[in-house]
Design a protein around this ligand. Structure first.
Ligand code: ADP
Length: 502
């Protein structure tokens, strides 16, 4: 007998293609499609940002008035619906004063000062919208459980276990919380507590208090039924002080409920045989034209046309990503005969330093600042190697895309990088990339030296590229793991089953 299909609402602060700043957007866009393809009724809910408003026009609200208590006020929003990619329905929670802004979370000057209020509204508004949606006659819909993601959704599990615990429609609804990056926690001063509507009895170390402040991520970790993060290695790392960002104790307490499920990538979108951003197309069976993509990229970026190994990087310019280490090690990498191309945006000092590096090494180092999906695809296709020297990396999508495009990852052994890249063994012809351990210039230089040596043996390099391109990091297997965990939530904590005491 086929197992019954599940009804799941995925709630996130961004989801591709409507709104994306990083990996969370990729995951919240692609995982629901994979779940839908497995036959489940999965829908996504995100805020209606300005970007979304511009893309989704002419739809009438499914819920005209979503009334959300914020402190002692009632703030009104609306719920809109549109078809998302792969047949997945998307809901958008609209409230223009909060979400019709230039950016999602903040500008170059810092985070928006009212992020606590914006995402309190988002969390509580999601539940109020669900109550209304469940009463909508023919189009009524209610999920069996909610899959929440990162700090912006952290209050949803808390509300379900407290204010909405005995609600006739939402009471007992289960949650699975996915940590995409533990470093971003949504920490706000305690004066914001009344705005959330939650009682001060929750403002304790066992609840949502964190060194005298409110911590949205901690709230999610403490109250969700099951927890996941995006690789097995990161799931283990975050239980240690070096990676736990102060939450290692909470995670250790909940280690029996914490799982690592590796992210996939959308193999339809990321496909070098079809990608419209590429000048030429290639595949594992016919990899020859990858060389043309490299030459086209060199021309685009003003890099010298020679036989050197081209290392590309596509990344947020943030401390996590280790770009300061690459800058420090740049002389060594150039001496080893490499060319370096970077596409990224983020912290101003890093942007400036990389621009200076490009100016100092014309023809050898190329830098493009900004967010550019098409150039990103050309960087993935045109590089010989793709460098990710991250300090920590929950999963990392860059190395998965690079593998798919036959661009050999050079990565630090941390988080998802450790779980998805296998060291190249020239003798046996196995492996998919190059891995280093120490976060140091010497280790970086050594690993790049190994890559250059392998690159100089074209026949073996072909095997390595073939190995990379024939890996399977599509979503199917990971989506099935999520289904198993959703069923576990329903079995153990689901609707109206006795709740554990906390
Ligand atoms: P994170 O989520 O920490 O930023 P990931 O590797 O998980 O890192 O995902 C980053 C995603 O964002 C990848 O799809 C990557 O290609 C994309 N990306 C990052 N920076 C840029 C940029 N400047 N232009 C285009 N795409 C980018």
């Amino acid at each position: 007998m086929p197992s019954p299909r599940l009804r799941v609402l995925v709630v996130a602060s961004e989801a591709s293609p409507f709104a994306k700043t990083g990996g969370l957007g990729d995951v919240a866009g692609a995982l629901p499609q994979a779940l839908h393809a497995l036959g489940h009724d999965v829908r996504v809910l995100i805020p209606r940002y300005r970007d979304v408003k511009e893309q989704v026009t002419g739809t009438r609200p499914v819920i005209e008035r979503v009334r959300v208590p914020i402190g002692d006020r009632l703030v009104e929003g609306q719920l809109l619906e549109a078809a998302g990619p792969g047949g997945v329905p998307f809901y958008f929670l609209a409230q223009d004063a909060y979400f019709d802004r230039e950016a999602l979370y903040g500008t170059a000057d810092g985070d928006y000062l009212d992020n606590c209020e914006r995402f309190t509204f988002f969390c509580r508004g999601t539940l109020e919208a669900l109550i209304a949606l469940g009463r909508e006659g023919a189009s009524a819909w209610r999920p069996q459980l909610i899959h929440v993601n990162d700090w912006q959704t952290g209050l949803i599990p808390v509300y379900l276990k407290t204010l909405y615990r005995d609600h006739p429609e939402l009471g007992g609804m289960g949650t699975l919380f996915t940590i995409h990056n533990l470093a971003y926690q949504g920490v706000f001063w305690h004066y914001d507590m009344p705005m959330t509507g939650l009682g001060w009895d929750l403002f304790t170390p066992a609840g949502i208090e964190f060194y005298g402040k409110i911590n949205f991520l901690k709230a999610g970790l403490a109250f969700a039924d099951l927890l996941t993060t995006v690789s097995r290695t990161y799931a283990a790392e975050i239980r240690t002080p070096a990676f736990g960002n102060g939450l290692e104790g909470v995670l250790e307490d909940r280690s029996a409920d914490l799982y690592g499920v590796i992210n996939g990538i959308d193999y339809e979108t990321w496909n070098p045989a079809k990608d419209p951003a590429l000048a030429c197309h290639y595949s594992a069976g016919q990899p020859e034209d990858k060389a043309l993509c490299r030459e086209a990229l060199r021309r685009d970026l003003g890099l010298e046309a020679d036989r050197s190994m081209l290392i590309t990087m596509v990344t947020r310019l943030a401390g996590q990503k280790g770009l300061d280490l690459v800058l420090e090690g740049l002389p060594g990498l150039l001496e080893a005969g490499c060319q370096i191309a970077l596409l990224g945006s983020g912290e101003t000092p890093l942007e400036t330093a990389w621009q200076e590096a490009a100016a100092a090494h014309p023809g050898r180092v190329a830098v493009r600042l900004g967010y550019d999906a098409e150039l990103a695809a050309r960087m993935y296709a045109g590089g010989d190697c793709f460098l990710m020297p991250s300090r920590y990396e929950p999963c990392g999508l860059g190395q998965l895309i690079a593998l798919r495009y036959g661009t050999i990852p050079i990565v630090r052994r941390t988080g998802g990088l450790a779980d998805t890249v296998e060291e190249w063994d020239a003798r046996r012809g196995t492996g998919t990339g190059f891995i280093f351990d120490d976060f140091s210039v010497d280790a970086l230089r050594e690993v790049v030296g190994r890559a250059v040596a392998a690159f100089r043996e074209p026949r073996r390099w072909e095997t390595l590229v073939h190995n990379a391109m024939t890996q399977d990091f599509s979503w199917d297997a990971s989506a099935r793991e999520y289904v198993t965990l959703y069923r576990k939530v329903l079995r153990q904590y689901g609707a109206r089953s006795p709740r554990r005491s906390r």
